[in-house]
Design a binder for this molecule. Structure first.
Ligand SMILES: Cc1cc2nc3c(=O)[nH]c(=O)nc-3n(C[C@H](O)[C@H](O)[C@H](O)COP(=O)(O)O)c2cc1C
Length: 335
């Protein structure tokens, strides 16, 4: 019995689960596997390295799936920002129907450009006021990212349970739930909170089709919900980074420097946190090679399934839980 929501209907997908953009992780193999399994795979637009390389990556995904997929564009403060307009033009030219955007006001002109070309825009944000601002720009769907999430959780520290209940009251645009979701129970809960589906990151890292090194996937199975920490809190660039047991924990080194009297300036920790070092973790399997992101969903990861197995479990468990919960409602109480 499929679960039908605005997300599945509008995007033409079978399972209301989205694999969120993940720098270095959301590449063609994973994206196609998620889409082929009935969810929405999202190619991380900045990972290929240039607009032309993104074009190639989109064409590669098309060779692997005929199902809908999306491209993520993440707008982070930068001294030399990527040519976002050129990236968006590639998305449009290549006929990609869905884009996930994330980040601040720099996203606005690009969202408008994508919308004008008829692209369905899902904008991810970590605060109701940001969701309302995106609503004014006319995004088609919001992805409400609670404090539990991997990546950039913002600075409000509001958990998903509350953020989604607030979204149900304060937002008219349909939304999906993001952060801290890794199983069917999370999906059922998100639907109860008015979401049209879920966006997951961490749980997809530990799937058969994710290209990251087997050693890292095994570390993820061993880790638990306490195995992540937040870095950059003192620098207002918050990022949820993994600290995996049995490693030297680069993230903890960063946090220790941030906590010392007087704190730390970014240039001192820049060598520890560089994206290139983080990428080495995925490629070489050494969790100490750099800083990489994950969330408390690590606690829910017990094996390394294929994307099809993962989505089937999530779908079936959510259905069972929702049907069981419906039985709690009685026409008349016997009490
Ligand atoms: C390794 C990794 C890299 C990520 N990179 C990005 C990114 O480049 N852009 C983005 O919008 N979100 C990024 N995210 C966030 C995810 O898209 C998603 O919103 C988040 O993982 C949801 O929380 P969860 O991990 O608890 O499921 C990343 C997450 C992970 C785990």
């Amino acid at each position: 019995m499929p679960i039908e929501t605005l997300l599945t209907k509008k995007l033409g997908i079978r399972v209301p689960v989205v694999q969120g953009g993940m720098m270095y992780v959301g590449e063609k193999g994973l994206v196609a596997a998620v889409s082929n399994a009935g969810g929405l795979g999202i190619l991380t637009g900045l990972t290929p390295g240039s607009p032309e390389k993104l074009r190639e990556a989109i064409r590669e995904v098309r060779k692997l799936t005929s199902k809908p997929f999306a491209v993520n564009l993440t707008f982070l403060p930068s001294i030399s920002p990527p040519p976002y307009g050129e990236y968006a033009q590639v998305i449009i030219d290549e006929g990609v129907k869905v884009a996930e955007t994330a980040g601040g006001p720099a996203a606005i002109p690009v969202i408008k450009m994508l919308k004008k070309a008829g692209v369905f825009v899902i904008h991810k944000c970590t605060a109701i006021r940001h969701a309302q601002a995106a609503e004014k720009v006319g995004v088609d769907m919001l992805s409400i990212d609670g404090f539990e999430c991997a990546g950039h959780p913002g600075e409000d520290d509001i958990g998903g349970l509350l953020l989604l209940a607030l979204a149900a009251r304060k937002i008219k645009t349909p939304y999906i739930a993001s952060g801290g979701i890794g199983d069917g129970r999370g999906l059922a809960a998100a639907l109860a909170l008015g979401a049209q589906g879920v966006n997951c990151g961490t749980v997809f890292m530990a799937t058969k089709e994710s290209y990251i090194h087997e050693n890292i996937k095994k570390e993820m199975v061993k880790a638990d919900e306490r195995s992540t920490t937040h870095i950059f809190r003192t620098l207002h660039k918050e990022y949820s980074a993994a600290k995996i047991p049995s490693s030297k924990q680069v993230a903890q080194e960063v946090v220790a420097k941030e906590r010392r009297p007087g704190g730390v300036q970014f240039p001192e920790i820049a060598p520890l946190v560089s994206g290139a070092r983080g990428k080495t973790v995925y490629e070489n399997g050494d969790p100490d090679a750099g800083v990489w992101s994950s969330s408390g969903v690590l606690g829910l990861i017990e094996d390394i399934p294929s994307c099809a197995e993962l989505l089937q479990r999530m779908e079936q468990d959510a259905e069972r839980i929702m049907l069981e919960n419906a039985k709690l409602v009685k026409r008349e109480s016997k009490l």
